[in-house]
Design a protein around this ligand. Structure first.
Ligand code: AMP
Length: 284
């Protein structure tokens, strides 16, 4: 495994891999890797000749500087894990390699309604930053397949829209949410949870499961409101619990006619913001 910091070097290496006929799987991450990330890496190594994992804490997708500053950075530990999982190249660029002066990297795309609800409502400009970095990384790596997690439902939906919009020749593969035994969705941010709060953070997955059980028995509005009140425990502050059409992210108009229904939630647990989601109907 090699760690590469320069765009020019990575492009040269990957170009030579491609001329040998090797397919490239790409896993973009912000590091502080855990088993959730590793499930993506594993899938990529199974399906491709070469796997590239990027580790880049992208400043343009953070709407709060303090969140960016507090984001865990653990490159050496990440490298040790990635070696064990047969990753071929770690791309860990400095910010000026991704955003060099004079290069226009802002992506000209109208994301329409997709960026409006849920994360869009609470994290102004977040998805513009995500689209910017993923497009730039895809232009550098030019993979055959791109691996993302179901954990960030709205994110992968927007990236699929971008791939379609620009007619990019990349297959998006979405991998299921990896959870701790307690049910808590794995996240780099979990490292920052106070142990006592972490125990109680299992409330997110519990409330999602309950909504799944009760779909069809209660109205969507009731399910959402009840979930919010169940998430409103001491030290916790729910931002949203929203049940949407899994493809369009629009509100459910007709339960029977909607093939894919997902509940998504974001909750402050102490000073850590957690997100989670669960398919209530259909299959991803
Ligand atoms: P991040 O480093 O948080 O930007 O995540 C990088 C990728 O890993 C994204 O596509 C995430 O959706 C995915 N991911 C994060 N947590 C999990 C998890 N618990 N299970 C599966 N995929 C995950």
């Amino acid at each position: 495994m090699k760690t590469i910091r320069k765009v020019s070097l990575l492009k040269k290496i990957l170009h030579s891999e491609e001329t040998k006929g090797n397919s490239i799987g790409f896993v973009p991450t912000m590091g502080a890797l855990h088993d959730g990330h590793m499930s993506l890496v594993k899938k990529s190594t199974q399906e491709n000749d070469i796997t590239v994992v990027s580790i880049f804490v992208n400043p343009t997708q953070f709407n709060e500087k303090s969140d960016l500053d507090k984001y865990p950075r653990t490159l050496q530990e990440d490298e040790k894990l990635l070696i064990q999982y047969d990753c071929d190249y770690v791309f860990a660029p400095y910010a000026n390699e991704i955003y060099p002066e004079g290069l226009e990297t802002v992506v000209d795309i109208d994301l329409g309604y997709l960026t409006q609800p849920m994360e869009g409502e609470f994290r102004d400009g977040h998805f513009e930053g995500v689209v910017q970095v993923v497009k730039r990384l895809l232009d550098i790596v030019e993979p055959s397949r791109l691996y993302m997690g179901q954990k960030d439902w709205q994110q992968f939906t927007i990236i699929q829209y971008m791939l379609d919009h620009f007619d990019m020749n990349v297959e998006l593969r979405v991998c299921p949410i990896m959870r701790e035994e307690s049910g808590l969705a794995m996240s780099s941010r979990n490292q920052r949870l106070d142990p006592e709060i972490k125990k109680r953070a299992t409330v997110l997955s519990k409330v999602l499961s309950e909504a799944k059980e009760e779909l069809g028995e209660k109205s969507i509005a009731d399910l959402e409101n009840e979930a919010i009140s169940k998430l409103n425990i001491p030290d916790f502050k729910p931002e949203y619990f929203t049940i949407v059409n899994g493809k369009t992210l629009k509100p459910i108009e007709n339960l029977d006619k909607t093939e894919l229904i997902v509940a998504c939630t974001a909750v402050w647990a102490g000073d850590v913001r957690l997100i989670d989601n669960m398919v209530l109907k259909g299959e991803l």
